[in-house]
Structures are given as C-alpha cells and as structure tokens.
Design a protein. Structure first.
Length: 146
C-alpha cells in the first residue's frame, strides 16, 4: 500500500469520526420515551448515540467502524414531557458533549496530519520524477518542509 493511500485511509477515518461526533452533538438533547415503559403509544424513541473505532488494515492504513453506544440512554426526570412514563422519567441519549467536542477536535487534527503526509508524499514523488528527468542540473528543493 502506498504512503498516499495509507494517508487517505486516515483522512477518511477522521472524516467519519467528525461526522459521528457532529451527529451525537446534534442529538444530545433528543430525549424520548424509555423503551418498554408505560409511555403513551407513538412516543418518540431517544436518539441512539454512535461511536467510531478504528482498526488497522493488513498491508497498511486504517478503517473506521461505526457502532452504537451501549447503554444508549440514561433515565432523566422530566414529567412535563409528553412521552414521560408514569414516574415522569424519559430516556436521555447517553452522550457527553465534552467528549464529543474532544472527538471532533481529535478528528480535525488527525485529518490535518494525514493531509500533511499526503502533501509530503506528493512532493517526494514529484522530486523523484524531476530527478529522473534531470538534464544534468542539480538542485535542492527548499520548500519541502513548508
């Protein structure tokens, strides 16, 4: 597997992590009826938070695997909610905003790091092509680290 394809797999995994973190942040306050409770019929279900795990691929690279968080909800007391059970409890998604914001920031950093690897790989390949097509001129690129 080439350096560029390994970096691309890291960028795709970071993108998936950012998307899942954004979904979880957007759904953090989407409460619903506690599954199996005596809530009124037709009550909404709570949002199901998701998580991303990355696995190493043989030959190089990484892959993002999305799964549901367990437990998916915690009980919260909100007797004013139309879908509350007889005790006034609702299901609040098991989402910690601080953790999700941290996940989004980590994903941004991982994406940027893999993009830098891709950029350097591209520059190295271009330098190799330049050297192979060299007409006797010798030079050293000074922008390789910028």
């Amino acid at each position: 597997m080439s350096t560029a394809s390994i970096a691309l797999s890291g960028m795709l995994a970071a993108q998936t992590r950012l998307e899942v973190a954004a979904e979880n942040i957007a759904n953090a306050s989407t409460a619903g009826a506690i599954p199996g409770s005596d809530a009124p019929a037709g009550s909404p279900a709570p949002a199901t938070p998701r998580r991303v795990d990355t696995i190493e691929l043989s030959g190089g690279g990484t892959k993002a695997v999305i799964s549901n968080v367990s437990p998916a909800y915690t009980k919260a007391h909100d007797p004013s909610a139309p879908y509350a059970n007889s005790n006034g409890d609702v299901a609040q998604p098991n989402i910690d905003l601080g953790t999700e914001i941290g996940n989004a920031m980590d994903a941004r950093t991982q994406f940027a790091a893999n993009a830098a690897v891709m950029k350097i790989s591209d520059r190295m390949m271009q330098d190799l092509i330049d050297i192979m097509n060299d007409d006797g001129r010798r030079y050293r690129r000074t922008d390789i680290y910028t």
